[in-house]
Design a protein around this ligand. Structure first.
Ligand SMILES: [Fe+2]
Ligand SMILES: [Fe+2]
Length: 216
């Protein structure tokens, strides 16, 4: 059983928002924006318009490289691991890991359905729209759960010094993947967000991202 006494001193929180938590909140803002774009593409198809294949491929690449390949990897290898070490988060982290698995299966379905659209299979765009909406909803619910339930506990349990250390691990993963957090992938999503529907209507570059995105 976890107790304040059994928690190593370096894991005791000071209640202030540290670098690691800020990083994940920024990344979730970007995930939300991309989910909005994906839902807009699905709306267009369900309204009888052709699928914008260019935007769909860019978003798929974003979800594969940034969300699955980088963001969720950083959660699994850095944040979740640190929270498990506190001894308090086993069940919650287990639930979230299960959702990552569900999202990876959804991502595979998204890629398969987009491949079918590209091959010209009949009714494949409608299938893509269904899969896209389900995937976007799952990602939005997951990010909300992490923002509302997980990150406040991370702030409480991991002090600023620990968060700063773990944030360096996250930055190393981004470098390993050659994914500068202000790099091309994020500019691509910002550009789709500016051009399309409710995800970008009236929005300035970087709005909702928690930082200024460079113009690409
Ligand atoms: Fe997650
Ligand atoms: Fe997340």
């Amino acid at each position: 059983m976890w107790s304040e006494q059994s928690c190593p001193p370096q894991w005791k929180g000071k209640g202030s928002m540290g670098a690691l938590v800020q990083r994940f909140r920024r990344e979730h803002a970007l995930v939300r924006r991309a989910c909005g774009c994906l839902a807009t593409l699905a709306d267009d198809v369900q309204g009888g318009e052709p699928l914008d294949m260019g935007a769909a491929c860019d978003l798929l690449r974003f979800f594969e490289l940034f969300v699955d390949g980088a963001h969720q990897r950083k959660e699994e290898e850095v944040l979740f691991l640190a929270l498990l070490r506190t001894g308090r988060m086993t069940q919650r982290v287990g639930e979230l890991l299960g959702e990552h698995g569900h999202e990876r299966r959804g991502l595979a379905r998204l890629r398969e359905s987009l491949t079918l659209v590209a091959s010209g299979a009949q009714q494949s765009a409608e299938r893509f729209a269904e899969v896209a909406v389900a995937y976007a909803l799952a990602q939005l619910e997951h990010a909300e759960k992490e923002d509302q339930l997980l990150l406040p506990l991370a702030e409480e349990l991991l002090d600023d010094g620990v968060q700063a250390d773990l944030d360096l691990h996250c930055a190393a993963i981004d470098r390993e993947l050659e994914l500068d957090s202000r790099g091309g992938l994020l500019r691509t999503v910002a550009s789709i967000a500016r051009d399309r529907g409710p995800c970008g209507r009236g929005a300035q570059a970087g709005e909702g991202f928690g930082f200024e995105l460079p113009e690409g």
